[in-house]
Design a protein. Sequence first.
Length: 441
Amino acid sequence: MAQQQMGRGAQDRSAYYQYGEPFYCEPIITAHTNQDSARVTFLFKIMNDVVAFSKNQKIRDPRGSYVAAPFVTIEIRNSENIIIRRLGWKDSAFVSNFDKTNAKNEFIYGVGSLILSSGKYTADIVLGDKETPQIRKIKTQPIIIGKPSQHWMSNIVFGKNFEDTVVSKIIPVHLGGDMPFGTDKVAAIVTLFGHKANAEFSWKIEQLRSQELNASWGSFATIESFVTSNPKKVLHFTEEALFGSGIDTYLTFIPFVKDASSLVIPMPTESLVPGKYTLTIVSRANTKDSISHTFEVRWDKMPMSLIKPTYAIECMYYILSDEEYDEMNSGNDEEKRKKLFNFWKTKDPTPGTMFNEAMAEYFRRVDYAYFNFQTLAENDGAKSQRGKIYILFGAPKHIEKRLTDDNRVQETWSYPDKVKKEFTFEKSSTGVFKLTKSNDL
């Protein structure tokens, strides 16, 4: 008899599904002591699955049994498209087992930094490894470094933990200039150069053309407000952050004496839904002194099962009456999606925000069941009997596996806490796991 907990002893197969982009890179502009220059720091995030891992030849290496050797090359081009600087990064990435070499929910992080003088630049960024010199290539938006005589603004950086006044750490969101969908507090931060202290700016967030998915959440009302610059809070990378592993890279706020200051705009995360937006910041002293940033609110971990409304509703059959199911599953895709979202609004534990934790958790379980209870006889694990129990009750605290007297595989799932039930499944001769027993605990 073998006893285990769900998620232990076996790799979660949903880790092989790609929920986000395989490679993100974002340039961040911060102040430099030389007024005619600025520091440009590139943060990148690499999905394990896109690089080649090989067996670590060092036996019992505590860093891991498999190793990859990713590298990133960055070519800086000026306004005449001439390469003027090159920056390279490489590292050894270790994982503990083979499953993690193909994981699409685990990442390698890196950071590279250089100083650029006044001018307009772009960056060509190439990810490669020892087997494939060019796995991915990204071209950045223009990187503009103003002159000392000008009033200018850096690009916009999205960061978390900006209200942590004790530690004063700002954690970049690592989404290539986009913003995550969810409940985390996020701020848009801009470094100002040459502006007077405590200068006033207006800002506005507008949603771009409505898309199929965000239409189901309803329209987003344009938000406008004002913000005052703070000369005592200027974004800064510590030496530890610039030369660290990348995963722990963070910025801090420091006072800066070279006519630099910051704008910190708390983003209305409770109102933003997945889709595209523009954030425009304008100086109240000079309307020509402005910056506009187009960004996407990304639900990178959006459950796969929510993409197609018909399938999502099919996976809700366990919690709907026959009449509710028939009603929700009628109409075109847009009508189905609206009914699906309206149903989950009534279950939302935080109705003041657009992120619905109950809906996200339910369909996360659907995804897990789809991948992990799939067999040759059951193509869709979410529609299997094990999948049904997992979706309704979550992961069991204990699983016991045994062979019956006639050599059939049997699993017993125990929920001793809130559910107080035990479920037994037996693998039939056709390869289907059937629920054979349900007991109260």
